[in-house]
Write a new protein. Structure first.
Lengths: 319, 292, 524
């Protein structure tokens, strides 16, 4: 069993240059942004002289390459530096935002499964028939809707017209969070389900046509119990990798969705930091997001390997 | 995001069991896609003939009107006809969507093909760069790049090109890894044909179809990106009609005039529906035998 | 003294609110503590204010962000404060002052019995420390506002002596700025950085908690020196960037106050049952700045032509939805020494054409205006200008930049026209006029590169003039001269928009934007 996980150390090693590449790209990209944080910090009294003075104080007048090595040096010592606008450690800000974004993602994932599994089952048990077509139309529409627009429509329908859910924010207490996160999570779930449904539908059709389902049927298993006991488990295998990929995609989507729903997660932190040119914060968020995508990628393959005895990634050729 | 769509494209191809013997016009999906996309293109091209109004000229006296006989979808806060702006918006969004695909398609395919065919250090370098770009979610990178480059059409092309070439590279590399072991390629090489000729004459025609099919879903994504940038205020500058900025403008009036934000979104949905159907149909047509 | 001052400001607040309701055609908001009618102030309750952005810092000496300032003003208080109508300075932690005959020494008496929320009494030593710390920041903070101050001495426990380098009329206004707010000497034994993580002052509220990006919360100071208030148990500002979401939240009762709804939200909030939407007069002036380094804007006729071509009334109608008024001066009506100027350029297409005809660009020209990408008001103004200037043969291209890039372009003179605005921080025109018309103000005359020696001289005289009538005259001349020079094309004066649920009482905003939350209470 563990033998088949021997690709993990190699993958971890491979991600080192990737992470390094990410720091280079992010660092130089954000420093190419026109303008600097002093302009924002000083507000309407930001005269050129005072901007220059503050830039010196913030260390932003040094050559870019020097700044990069200062950043890298700090990173090696385990520090992400201080936010330029808040003058507080960036880590503090990021750690405050991560649980929010993470719970949004998990919530969205759960909702997307709640949507996808029944729909895929409906479609797969009658391929080519009416309900299969209906599900197909749903997936095509789901894929074609801009996420932020879905968010606006949900706000309009469930928030404004029906007044079922709050229209934005995260809530103040622990009990309020799920209630506040429902609409944004649903928005992300709607964006995420089409690919899950398609994959699940296709693999379910495959599994339904296979020998062991026939055997189970002949032994008297039928309906929901057949589906749950035999089909779903096997059909889920290829879907796992799709969900893994989707999670990375969701992180990007949540950036815009957090803006639409005013959720103070990583996305909002990032967008604000971009607007105020808070370089260390942008770098930190980008770094965490990249790490997240890489780790999810590896974890997906681990899960994939563990639940499917046939997979051996150590001999994988196609990237 | 790009991988997700690539995976989706693969997933949607799976059920397409061999229906290859039918002529293309019997392929319902393809025809439906062609009709929708064709009508949209027609509407975009003929926009000036389809509506008596100007998309930019303001008429502040008639601002924020509800749908009526003369303004079928009402007017916006500057008194401009919403339907007119929708039609002219199609020009902008479709043009950018289609054009934005070209550079990444060419650059990504070439780099991916070379990496897959030659392997070695070139492959390693290209694929590590691809990994770096893949480690960022699509939107994050496009948004930051547009910030760096400044809002506007040329920035959008550049940002999208910089981000989405990696998907083509990945797809083409995968195809090449398979293709270069095929008998006909091995035979051609043994027959003394140069690498260049093998690549261009024998491999490209066979593997390009995957990139082409992906390009259809990529156009959808690009249009989404353009609309999203417009919504964030980083797209095409006002007063040009563009669906994303129309949604942004309309959002102000969501409780009073909800059509203003709803209609441009629906236009995006119809457009991506048409393009998705077209992509599905193409994949049925071009690679019906593929299972994965 | 305490009592009378506070009651007087309350009275003015009520009058202001009534006048406003009359011309705004809307609500009855901003009613002051005594005016509520039936039962009077209610103790208790938590107030939630939704606003577009987070606070940045509580460091009063280096923070320029209004969101932060409105919060710190509830905790740290200055010696003087601005009156409810924004035109006068009133004693606050001080009770009285005397000016020497040479106008160089001010002796200020401190209020008795004021304590910090830690329980320690406020003394002259604390005041000296607080003002000195601000002065020290110099160009990196609000220190520039204290440039005229030579020294601050604690004469005895309840007397402070301020010596000036030269006669300086705006001194009391400067001392009313939050940056000169009083904090414990030596930061109560902490470092400045530690102190501002949880600031301590004499104010009606005390620091509770700040979840960055989410909310900031302050609690009632039960031992507040004031005779009335605070009534609320706590106040929380939540961050809700989207104007539409804020509107829906206040309509649904999720929050009590929507801070700065956009104008389209505001007009629909006015019609919402259970909501009071109030437009408080402000000191804000919005204008189109010309880059006079660039042709043809160095030509006064071109600038005037554009100033005459703008239909301000229709902008007020379509951009501000009727809330506000056309601008005719670089000062706003809420600023002391504002003088109505009927001769300021206003919509007159014939005059505009005549001005352009005698300019260096008689046949018209192509130019651009750069706007803030996320600002719907600027997008509206620019699009309206575009169609108005077309009539003069001026082709206007609209460019968008994100806010910081726009500031960068402005600071480096990389623009033709931009839309800009200013709000006062102190109840004195000098902060703004020195910035706007004197290149020595550090900003090349608010980035216009306007340089008229006559106007600069007027501004300098007004700084040193302590006689009220003479000062008013100087500022009137300055306003007339800048208008006829078309220093900028004035657009409109926009008020501060607030929407509150009907439960909120006693909420009033001064023209400088600050509010006294100790007067606020929630019914029911």
């Amino acid at each position: 069993m563990l033998d088949r996980l021997r690709f993990v150390p190699a993958r971890l090693l491979q991600s080192v240059p990737v992470v390094f590449g990410v720091t280079v790209v992010v660092f130089f990209m954000v420093h190419l942004l026109p303008g600097n944080p002093a302009l924002t910090i000083l507000g309407q009294t930001a005269t050129p002289d005072r901007v220059a003075a503050l830039n010196t104080q913030l260390g932003l007048d040094k050559p870019l390459v020097d700044q990069y090595f200062i950043f890298l040096g700090r990173l090696f010592r385990g520090s992400l530096g201080d936010s330029l606008t808040y003058q507080r450690p960036v880590l503090e800000l990021v750690l405050q935002a991560i649980p929010i974004t993470l719970s949004l993602l998990v919530f969205a994932l759960v909702l997307s499964l709640v949507i996808s599994v029944p729909l895929a089952a409906l479609a797969a048990t009658a391929p080519g028939r009416g309900r299969d077509l209906a599900v197909r139309v749903f997936t095509l529409l789901g894929q074609g809707m801009p996420q932020f627009w879905v968010g606006i429509m949900l706000i309009l329908l469930l928030g404004v017209k029906l007044r079922l859910f709050p229209v934005g924010g995260y809530g103040m207490t622990f009990g309020e969070h799920p209630y506040y996160l429902f609409l944004p999570a649903l928005t992300l779930a709607i964006a995420m389900s089409p690919t899950t449904i398609r994959s699940l539908r296709a693999s379910t059709i495959n599994v339904l046509g296979s020998d062991y389902v026939g055997t189970a049927r002949s032994k008297g298993a039928a309906g929901v119990s057949l589906f749950r006991g035999h089909v779903l488990r096997n059909a889920a295998i290829p879907t796992v990798s799709i969900i893994g990929v989707n999670l990375g995609y969701l992180v990007g989507g949540s950036l815009v969705i957090e803006k639409v729903f005013a959720i103070p997660g990583l996305g909002s932190l990032m967008i604000n930091a971009i607007f105020t040119r808070d370089f260390p914060t942008i770098q930190a968020v980008a770094l965490f997001v990249a790490l997240f995508v890489i780790v999810v990628g590896i974890l997906t393959d681990v899960v994939y390997t563990l639940i499917d005895p046939r997979v051996d990634l150590s001999s994988k050729e196609r990237a | 995001m790009t991988t997700a769509v690539a995976t989706a494209a693969r997933a949607m191809r799976r059920p397409a069991r061999s229906r290859s013997l039918r002529p293309w016009y019997r392929n319902g999906t393809l025809v439906a896609g062609l009709v929708i996309v064709g009508l949209l293109l027609l509407a975009a091209v003929l926009a000036p003939l389809l509506t008596p109004f100007d998309p930019i000229e303001q008429d502040l006296q008639n601002a924020l009107q509800s749908p009526s006989g003369s303004h079928w979808l009402g007017t916006d806060k500057y008194g401009r006809d919403v339907l007119t702006r929708l039609l002219y918006g199609a020009r902008v969004d479709l043009r950018i969507g289609f054009l934005a695909v070209l550079i990444p398609f060419v650059v990504g395919s070439v780099l991916g093909a070379l990496a897959g065919y030659f392997g070695g250090w070139f492959d390693v370098v290209v694929m590590r760069i691809v990994d770096v770009f893949f480690a960022f979610p699509f939107y994050v990178l496009v948004i930051v790049l547009v910030f760096v480059l400044g809002a506007g059409e040329s920035s959008i092309y550049l940002a999208i090109a910089a981000v989405s070439w990696v998907s083509y590279a990945k797809i083409m590399r995968g195809e090449l890894l398979v293709a270069k072991k095929q008998d006909y390629v091995v035979a051609a090489r043994l027959g003394g044909m140069s690498h260049g000729r093998v690549l261009i004459r024998h491999i490209t025609p066979n593997v390009l179809s995957q990139a082409l099919i992906y390009a259809m879903s990529d156009i959808v994504m690009d249009i989404m990106a353009i609309v999203t940038l417009g919504y964030l205020g980083l797209g095409i500058a006002p007063p040009t009609a563009e669906w994303g900025s129309m949604i942004l403008d309309g959002q102000e009036f969501i409780t009073t005039q909800f059509l203003q934000a709803t209609i441009p979104g629906l236009a995006v949905v119809v457009t991506s529906l048409g393009l998705s159907l077209l992509g599905d149909g193409l994949s049925d047509l071009l690679s019906p035998e593929r299972r994965k | 003294m305490t009592r009378s001052t506070r009651i007087r400001s309350a009275g003015i607040a009520a009058v202001a609110a009534v006048t406003l309701a009359a011309c705004g055609g809307g609500s009855s908001g901003g009613s002051s503590s005594s005016a509520a009618g039936s039962s009077g102030p209610v103790e208790g309750g938590d107030l939630t204010i939704a606003r577009a952005a987070d606070i940045i810092s509580m460091d009063k000496t280096t923070t320029f962000d209004n969101n932060s300032i409105y919060v710190m003003e509830q905790i740290m208080e200055p010696l003087f404060t601005v009156s409810a109508d924004g035109t006068k300075v009133e004693p606050w932690l001080a009770t009285d002052y005397a000016m020497s005959d040479d106008k160089l020494t001010y002796t200020i008496k401190l209020r008795d019995g004021v304590t910090f929320s830690t329980g320690a009494p406020m003394t002259a030593k604390d005041v000296k420390f607080s003002i000195d710390e601000d002065t020290k920041t110099g160009a990196d903070g609000w220190g520039f506002i204290n440039t005229a101050i030579d020294s601050v001495e604690a004469t005895d426990d309840s007397t402070v002596t301020v010596k000036l380098k030269y006669p300086w009329a705006p001194l009391l206004a400067d001392l009313s700025l939050f940056s000169n707010g009083v904090i414990p000497a030596d930061y109560g034994g902490k470092t400045a950085e530690e102190f501002y993580q949880a600031p301590v002052g004499t104010g009606p509220f005390i620091w509770n908690e700040w979840k960055k990006g989410q909310y900031v919360k302050i609690d009632k100071n039960p031992d507040y020196w004031g005779e009335k208030g605070p009534y609320l148990d706590s106040v929380t500002w939540t961050v809700v960037p989207d104007a539409n979401t804020r509107k829906l939240q206040v309509q649904g009762g999720q929050v009590d106050i929507d801070e700065f709804p956009d104008w389209s939200s505001f007009s629909s909030l006015k019609d919402s049952p259970g909501i009071t939407a109030t437009a408080f007069p402000s000191t804000r002036i919005d204008y189109v700045a010309f880059n006079e380094q660039k042709t043809p804007f160095s030509d006064v006729h071109v600038r005037r032509a554009i100033a005459y071509a703008l239909d301000r009334e229709s902008m007020v109608k379509s951009v501000l939805y009727g809330n506000g008024s056309a601008a005719d001066s670089l000062l706003s009506p809420g600023t002391p020494y504002y003088a109505k100027n009927p001769d300021a350029p206003n919509l007159d297409v014939d005059k505009a054409k005549a001005e352009l005809a005698q300019s260096s660009a008689a046949g018209g020209f192509s130019t651009s205006i750069t706007i803030n990408a996320g600002d719907p008001n600027q997008a509206s103004v620019a699009q309206i200008m575009q169609s108005e200037l077309k009539e003069l043969g001026i082709t206007l291209e609209i460019k968008t930049l994100d806010p910081t890039a726009l500031k960068q372009a402005r600071n480096s003179g990389d623009f033709n026209m931009i839309i800009s605005g200013w709000t006062m921080d102190i109840p004195d025109p000098d902060e703004w006029t020195s910035f706007a018309v004197d290149p020595e103000g550090g900003s090349h005359s608010a980035y216009t590169y306007y340089d008229n020696p006559e106007v600069i001289a007027l501004n300098k005289q007004a700084q040193a003039e302590t006689d009220d009538a003479k000062r008013a005259d100087l500022y009137q001349q300055l306003q007339e001269k800048t208008a006829s020079d078309a220093w900028a094309a004035y657009l409109y004066y926009s008020p501060y928009a607030y929407a509150t649920t009907d439960k909120v009482q006693g909420f009033h905003v001064t023209p400088l934007g600050n509010y006294h939350l100790e007067d606020v209470y929630k019914t029911q």
